[in-house]
Design a protein around this ligand. Structure first.
Ligand SMILES: Nc1ncnc2c1ncn2[C@@H]1O[C@H](COP(=O)(O)OP(=O)(O)O)[C@@H](O)[C@H]1O
Ligand code: SF4
Ligand SMILES: [Mg+2]
Length: 394
């Protein structure tokens, strides 16, 4: 029988910090079609997010990234639901962790946005098109004040002050933006306003789902730079969802690769990018075009992910994996620790591949051979240069 173990525990964070978010064996299921067929889009995801940490969730379209984010915020569509596992949240003021699955009604609304906020995919749809930006801020701030049972409704002056402070934080000019309608702003400005709106209630965790996908490269770059500075200033934890590995690597301390509803590799970002141990992560990295020339061109991963209505028995990546063996079709690989980085923040590097050890040895041998070849070339070049140098001094 297939072993089903898919756990990712612990992560970056100092030993004295408690995780702000603890997700354990989370499962999310959609009922689809007339028959109400079940599709498990998130299949046993576990991770801890520590205060001030930035975690990137990467993977191809359809692997369950948005479903996971919506599930964490309890914002799943009607036909979707959490079918197993737990989400625990550590409140800012201390005290016992909150069981997020048990939150309902007013308590859930008060928790959302003020503790954990989300910037959605597609900046235009997230706005109410008939409200000026200042009214969008007023809605968010007042809804939260009412959710908390605050007697005094914040005045428009108070709203404008808080909105202006947050707009300045995302490098926008409040006087230019507050009185505008969403359609009067550029895509990049709208995305910044959304970020300001999500931060206005000072959440401890910000979830961003492909926040820059629809933007041109220069705008993406300026938003990523702004986000990095903003995180340093405000210190929120970030879950950054992207299919763009380059952006993910720039913004995150830790990365988790998702495939077919699971985390199949995770670890400190530099470590995972330098030594990917799952063939799917390696494939994603080879699929990224290099900015500078040299090396082989991008190679996409052939095939497509499995149908989650009928997940395969063994490794979900087996049908596409260049290293597949018979055993891969039978055993569902557990997430195993493949390396532990030393330093003030211990971060386990984990991967769910039956052959990771062999493949790591092969990669190390290939690196050694490459280095030896490089050294040989350098020696040859030096030898070839010597007579010339000699000749030059004579
Ligand atoms: N509203 C929905 N109803 C039914 N299935 C859905 C719905 N949203 C997503 N799915 C399915 O869940 C899986 C994961 O989708 P999604 O979370 O959007 O992936 P990603 O964000 O990684 O592209 C896909 O197979 C998708 O078809
Ligand atoms: S378990 Fe087998 S099929 Fe799956 S990633 Fe590893 S080598 Fe490839
Ligand atoms: Mg998505």
């Amino acid at each position: 029988m297939a072993t089903v173990v898919n756990q990712e525990r612990s992560g970056t964070g100092s030993s004295t910090d408690r995780p702000v978010l603890q997700v354990e064996d989370l499962r999310i299921t959609y009922r689809t079609g007339r028959s109400g067929r079940a599709v498990e889009a998130v299949r046993g995801v576990s991770f801890d997010l520590y205060p001030r940490q930035a975690l990137a969730l990467v993977g191809e379209s359809g692997c369950g990234k948005s479903t996971l984010a919506l599930g964490l915020l309890r914002l799943l569509p009607r036909l979707g639901g959490i079918s197993g596992g737990s989400i625990r949240y550590q409140p800012q003021g201390g005290g016992d962790p909150v069981d997020v699955r048990a939150l309902e009604g007013r308590r859930l609304r008060a928790w959302r946005w003020s503790e954990v906020a989300m910037v959605f995919q597609g900046a235009m749809n997230a706005f109410n098109p008939v409200l000026r930006i200042e009214d969008q801020f007023a809605d968010t701030i007042r809804a939260h004040a009412e959710g908390n049972g605050r007697a005094a409704r914040p005045s428009m002056r108070e709203v404008r002050e808080r909105a202006a402070e947050n707009l300045r934080a995302v490098r926008l000019e409040p006087a230019r933006v507050l009185g505008s309608y969403p359609h009067e702003l550029s895509g990049g400005m709208r995305q910044r306003v959304l970020i300001a709106l999500s931060l206005v209630l000072e959440p401890q965790v910000l979830l961003m789902d492909e926040p820059t996908t629809a933007l041109d490269l220069l705008t993406q770059r300026s938003i990523v730079d702004m986000l990095r500075e903003l995180r340093e200033e405000r210190g929120f934890a970030l879950i950054f969802i992207s299919h763009d590995l380059a952006l993910a690597s720039e913004l995150s301390d830790r990365v988790a690769t998702m495939y077919a509803g699971r985390i199949i590799e995770t670890g400190a970002t530099p470590e995972v990018f330098a030594h990917p141990r799952h063939p799917y992560t390696s494939g994603l990295m080879r699929a990224v075009p290099r900015v500078r020339g040299g090396g082989p061109g991008p190679v996409s991963i052939p095939g497509s992910p499995p149908d989650l209505a009928h997940p395969p028995a063994g490794c979900a990546f087996a049908a596409r994996c260049p290293h597949v063996r018979d055993a891969c079709h039978e055993t569902d690989p557990p997430l195993e620790t493949v390396a532990v980085s030393n330093g003030p923040e211990l971060t386990a590097h984990r991967a769910a591949c039956l052959r990771w050890r062999e493949l790591a040895e092969e990669a190390a041998a290939a690196d050694d051979a490459e280095q030896a070849a490089d050294a040989g070339q350098t020696d040859d070049a030096e030898q070839a240069e010597l007579p010339q140098q000699k000749g030059a001094t004579e």
